[in-house]
Design a protein around this ligand. Structure first.
Ligand code: GLA
Ligand code: GLA
Length: 700
């Protein structure tokens, strides 16, 4: 694994970004790793609250996210407000050393508001109005809803601005999850304004959207529509859809900013965040953009059961760290064990909760919080695990929650909080635009998925013994040695220029299949694929060959390197000067598809740097083999271990954990700070299943 000189990561130039501000704890110096969870005391009788505090202290909890869904309790009717319960609980928490990350409480609105003002509800693509009663059942473009929401923010800020126990603001909750696509009239009007701001003239929009197709020419912005459902087999204009996705992210971001600004205008001293939703199956908003608008980045992550549990977590966290510009970030939610919203909800084995929590710290988290403190007794999330389970205090799970609290305290004492994750030498690029675009239904294959491609490259690097970072395309990746462009179907001229400059200056780029098919407006590359990257890749591909399930057609191809290809192969018809073909299609299937001997993987010197073009969908295993043979060199360290390093001016901290379910013997550097399910000798350690070792090396 490379621990390059480019440490700490990033902090790229970004004039718009708010200053990094991290919430204080109520410890003597305000420092330490935050530990706690969403706390919903309003779901319980007051008689339970003192027991909550007792158990929180026992578990070393030092923060809670309070009142996320409590609007109805605060404002029981349009003209009544009740802060007494909130005053009481904040006081109980704070006087016991537990700080409060106070919610703006606008994630769910009270039922009276919907009853009286049904126009605040969002509308679905087919015109159905979404019903009240779940989360975010409101339109970010509803002026009435905004007025009510800002009133709540104002009153909360006025009441708690000087409260020493409230140390951060938690605006909304998982914005966009439920109302990401709103087809209401208000939203359509806002979309028209957004388009006008973006394009200036209707001619520019017509050109960008390619409205010459299917008689879609627009005479003025008042004719712009949101891409509603148009009947069973109809297809949306993909450029319009992409703008609608961008608009959705902007629209809800503006709503968030209005809440934030209302609170900040009254209470400027407390740091503000909103929790993102990044895991490799979802990236709801354009978080690279949103990250500029928070004081500290926070995220909710839910585990993927199975073989990739540890790897998936690392990949997601790496992107969160990228959004945070390498600064520490806040794990606002994860689960102590099972969730309740999947068809089958696997629990965590005992030990996996601690291992996961410490892995988040290893990837840059300085706060470890759960949804939620006490497992609900009723409601939709009754069977979602929590810190205090249904079984109560006398349970394996609660004992582990207490142990984890003590472990995090040990890490706090060792000084981990505030240190930053050391960058690797490879950046796998992520872009929300590409993620949205690969969900489009009119590409050569609907099985493309940008984030999954990012993830698969991430796994391949781990398998090659070389952990990569996941970095937003919009961020600063110029200091990396290698970048990867996984299924980046649509890239802008500006992005192509940055890649060209990077490679010219000596950088190395892996250009994956399906990358560079079109520009940011869904205008196809003319003259051959991969479009604007053709000169860098040193290839020209004329066609895309999709391998499917049709009877009598091959569903896979073989390469002369031994790899198997599925789904996608570019028909590369020429390679540039100096290019070296590293693998070709061979065998009867390739012959059948008229691809025999066609270049599949091509290495090409460009400027001072080099590119590798991967014209086909390789398995993770084949990707790893390619990396070892051509990019990273054979692994120096065991690929079954993840080893990350955090550091600051005082020390470096090394985190070691296993990717699989097995026990491992590892060698380590430094003084052990935490040995969870691990035994250490002089400089080797035995990690049991789910074991984790953290060591410290003081800087001289
Ligand atoms: C139909 C339509 C054409 C075109 C094709 C595409 O036949 O008439 O306009 O959309 O499908 O397969
Ligand atoms: C989300 C929400 C929480 C809770 C969890 C359950 O992250 O923010 O309120 O519903 O999911 O996993």
């Amino acid at each position: 694994m490379q621990h390059a000189d480019n440490w700490p990561l990033g902090h790229g130039p970004n004039a718009q970004r708010r200053e990094f501000r991290w919430p204080q704890l109520l410890t003597a110096d305000g420092k330490g790793i935050a530990y706690g969870g969403d706390y919903n005391p309003d779901q319980w009788p007051e008689s339970v609250w003192d027991d909550d505090i007792r158990l929180m202290k026992k578990a070393h909890v030092n923060v809670v996210a309070l009142g996320i869904f409590s609007w109805d309790k605060l404002q029981p009717t349009e003209y009544e407000w009740d802060f007494t319960w909130l005053d009481t609980i904040i006081d109980k928490l704070g006087s016991n050393g537990i700080s409060v990350d106070l919610a703006s409480m606008t994630a769910t609105a009270p039922m009276w508001l919907y009853e009286k003002y049904p126009e605040v509800l969002p509308v679905e693509a087919n015109g159905d109005v979404i019903n009240a009663g779940s989360r975010q059942s409101w339109s970010a473009e509803s002026p009435i809803f905004k007025r009510f929401a800002l009133e709540v923010c104002k009153r909360l800020a006025e009441r708690y601005k000087d409260n020493p126990y409230v140390t951060a603001w938690h605006i909304g909750n998982e914005y966009g999850w439920n109302q990401r696509h709103d087809y209401s009239k208000n939203s359509e009007d806002a979309f028209r304004r957004w388009c006008k701001r973006k394009y200036g003239t209707i001619d520019a929009l017509n050109e960008a959207w390619g409205t010459a197709f299917w008689s879609q020419h627009l005479n003025s912005f008042s004719e712009v529509l949101v891409p509603r459902h148009m009947g069973a087999d109809s297809m949306v204009n993909p450029a319009q859809q992409l703008d609608y996705e961008r608009f959705g992210s902007d629209s809800i971001k503006e709503f968030y900013k209005a809440e934030r600004d209302m609170i900040e205008s009254i209470c400027p001293d407390k740091p503000i965040t909103t929790n993102f939703m990044v895991s490799t199956d979802q990236c709801v908003m354009d978080y690279a953009d949103w990250s500029d608008e928070v004081d500290f980045v926070s995220n909710d992550h839910y585990f993927t059961a199975g073989r990739t549990h540890v790897d998936e977590l690392a990949c997601s966290d790496s992107l969160v760290s990228g959004f945070a510009n390498g600064r520490p970030w806040y794990l606002m939610e994860h689960s102590t064990s099972a969730v309740q919203w999947k068809p089958l909800n696997a629990r965590k084995r005992h030990g996996e909760m601690t291992r996961d929590a410490l892995e988040h710290v290893a990837l840059g988290a300085d706060a470890i919080c759960f949804f939620q403190w006490r497992q609900s007794r009723s409601g939709a999330e009754t069977f979602h695990s929590a810190m205090v389970p249904h079984a109560g205090e006398d349970s394996k799970l609660f004992r582990e929650v207490c142990e984890l609290g003590a472990t995090l305290e040990a890490l706090s004492k060792a000084g981990v909080q505030g240190s930053e994750v050391m960058a690797g030498d490879t950046a796998i690029l992520f872009d929300a635009d590409c993620e949205w675009m690969t969900r489009c239904e009119t590409l050569p294959s609907m099985q493309l998925n940008h984030f999954h491609a990012v993830r698969d490259w991430y796994y391949a690097f781990l398998d090659a013994g070389a952990r990569a970072d996941v970095v937003p395309l919009r961020g600063d990746w110029s200091a990396y040695r290698t970048i990867v462009m996984p299924t980046m179907v649509n890239i802008s001229e500006q992005a192509a220029r940055r890649v060209r400059e990077f490679v010219c200056a000596g950088g190395r780029v892996i250009i994956d299949y399906a990358t560079g098919l079109m520009d940011e407006n869904f205008h196809a590359a003319l003259g051959g694929y991969p479009g604007m990257l053709r000169d860098i890749a040193g290839v020209r591909s004329e066609e895309v060959v999709i391998l499917g399930e049709a009877d009598g057609e091959p569903d896979a191809l073989q390469l002369d390197s031994g790899a198997t290809v599925r789904l996608w192969a570019n028909d590369v018809t020429s390679v540039g000067e100096g290019a070296q073909v590293l693998a070709r299609y061979v065998g009867p299937e390739a012959q059948d598809m008229e691809l025999d001997d066609v270049p599949a993987i091509v290495q090409h010197p460009f400027g001072e740097g080099v590119s590798w073009y991967i014209g086909c969908d390789l398995s993770v295993e084949a990707k790893a083999k390619f990396l070892c043979e051509h990019v990273t060199g054979q692994p120096q360290e065991a690929p079954s271990i993840i080893h990350t390093v955090r550091g600051d001016e005082h020390a470096t901290y090394h985190f070691y954990l296993a990717r699989d379910k097995k026990a491992h013997t590892i060698t380590f550097e430094g003084e052990p700070v935490v040995a969870f399910r691990a035994r250490t000798d002089a400089n080797s350690a035995q990690l049991e299943r789910s074991g984790m070792l953290v060591t410290k090396i003081a800087r001289k």
